[in-house]
Design a protein around this ligand. Sequence first.
Ligand SMILES: [Zn+2]
Length: 177
Amino acid sequence: MIKNNDDVEIIVLDDVAVQTTTFAKKIARKLLKDSKLLAPPILLNDVFKTLDLKISVKGKDLGDDDGFCVNDKIIVYNNQKSRNRYRFTVAHELGHILLGHNSGSTPSKINLYSKNEVERNANSFAAELLAPITLLKKEKLGNMSITDLANKYEVSHDMMLWRLKECHLDLKVDSWK
Ligand SMILES: [Zn+2]
């Protein structure tokens, strides 16, 4: 599914039930490596250029919902939300496609704290893609607030807070503002 032009071999599992967040993050890291993206913000246009797949990405007013994908070919995101928020939506939907989730085509709201396996894996993929742990670890977190980091990585404050907690880096930041 993903261009395989280096030494990391990715096996896309058919059985989504056996997928883990670790696997989802591994797919994201492979994509980052292929895209040669080494600094924030990770621009999704560059990520899509690296993919072999033809996926069109469209913005639309979806009311309260964040997004959905159609037949693994079209990603629709809510363009009425902030750019930093819908970037995560697009990455999350891309995760569903690359991880073979065949998820439904009805708009839904993304819940970072979802307990659903498929949602958790799509969130982990998106988080690793937009805020890679290797880059976060290089930041001078003691001099930065969550807002500084969210702006630098072009993600929402909520997402950055969640991500730092997930990486056990939250206590290192200077301020929770
Ligand atoms: Zn989802």
